[in-house]
Design a protein around this ligand. Structure first.
Ligand SMILES: Nc1ncnc2c1ncn2[C@@H]1O[C@H](COP(=O)(O)OP(=O)(O)OP(=O)(O)O)[C@@H](O)[C@H]1O
Ligand SMILES: [Mg+2]
Length: 261
């Protein structure tokens, strides 16, 4: 089993859209997949067209926990289970934060031990808090979606600093930086992508094109695979050479390489 945390302390960079479409894409390829929402905004349930729920609270609340296999919610899609989150996750943070015994940072890692999934995808909130720490400690890799703007490099560096500061208790590594909202018609997107690649080299994966279908599919509670399987955000864009570049399909190809390694 591999555990991937989708993180960036900046808001609105495409974390949830990435988590949902990567998780469903892996499920469609036959991997038993769990997507966990660690954000009190509860957007994962919205994106999947599910009623909201406090699964995360029930699974993690200290002293009163429900086993993972009883707490997960079926997504209605083959191979894909969900742990939904809602406002109850705010009190969960307080409860976990006040624990002092066995390092509280391992609570999620403990819950995931032996879980019957090939992949677990953790969608994190745009903040640094105890749930964020639990996610990094429980993960093998972080994937960092980032918009292509002036502050992208700084945002990624901040995230890497956070991961490094947890090295004492975590073996989590940087998996990839996923540029989002890529607009190939603007020089700005291209220049910022180049700047990112100069700083983080091979960790920068091909970008996800800006695509209105992302927002639309979310509104209808469907993943892009269901709503628009030929969407640019999935299949990438054509370069002048005719080569297709980017999109979630290529992200999933690369994750699959890690799973099969
Ligand atoms: N590639 C894209 N092209 C166009 N719109 C996108 C793209 N990716 C995401 N969006 C839209 O941008 C908005 C923010 O995306 P999303 O919710 O995934 O970001 P987030 O990082 O999870 O936000 P938060 O930090 O609040 O959790 C959503 O309306 C989403 O549909
Ligand atoms: Mg989100």
């Amino acid at each position: 089993m591999i555990v991937l945390a989708i993180v960036n302390q900046k808001g609105g960079v495409g974390k949830t859209v990435t988590a949902v479409n990567v998780a469903h894409g892996l499920a469609l390829r036959g991997y038993r997949t769990l997507i966990m929402d660690l954000d009190p905004q509860g957007n994962v349930a919205d994106c999947l067209g599910l009623p909201s729920g406090n699964d995360l609270f029930r699974i993690l609340f200290p002293g009163n926990t429900v086993p993972l296999e009883e707490g997960v919610y079926p997504s209605g899609r083959p191979n894909l289970d969900v742990v939904r989150s809602d406002k109850s996750s705010v009190s969960l943070k307080t409860a976990i934060g006040s624990l002092s015994d066995r390092p509280r940072e391992y609570i999620l890692d403990d819950v995931l031990q032996g879980a019957a999934y090939d992949v677990v995808v953790l969608d994190c909130a745009p903040s640094i808090d105890i749930l964020h720490t639990l996610a990094i400690v429980a993960s093998h890799y972080v994937l960092i979606p980032t918009r292509l703007d002036q502050l992208a490099v700084k945002g990624v560096r901040d995230m890497l600093y956070t991961i490094k500061s947890l090295a004492r208790i975590s073996t989590c590594e940087l998996g990839a930086i996923i540029p989002t909202f890529y607009d190939r018609t603007t020089n700005e997107s291209y220049l910022q992508l180049r700047h990112l690649a100069e700083n983080f080299k091979e960790y920068v994966w091909p970008p996800i094109p800006q695509d209105v279908l992302c927002r639309e599919s979310t509104r209808f509670g469907k993943t892009l695979w269901e709503y628009a399987p030929t969407a640019r955000a999935l299949v990438g864009y054509n370069e002048r050479s005719g080569k297709t570049v980017g999109g979630y399909q290529q992200v999933i190809d690369r994750i699959e390489e890690v799973i099969l390694r």
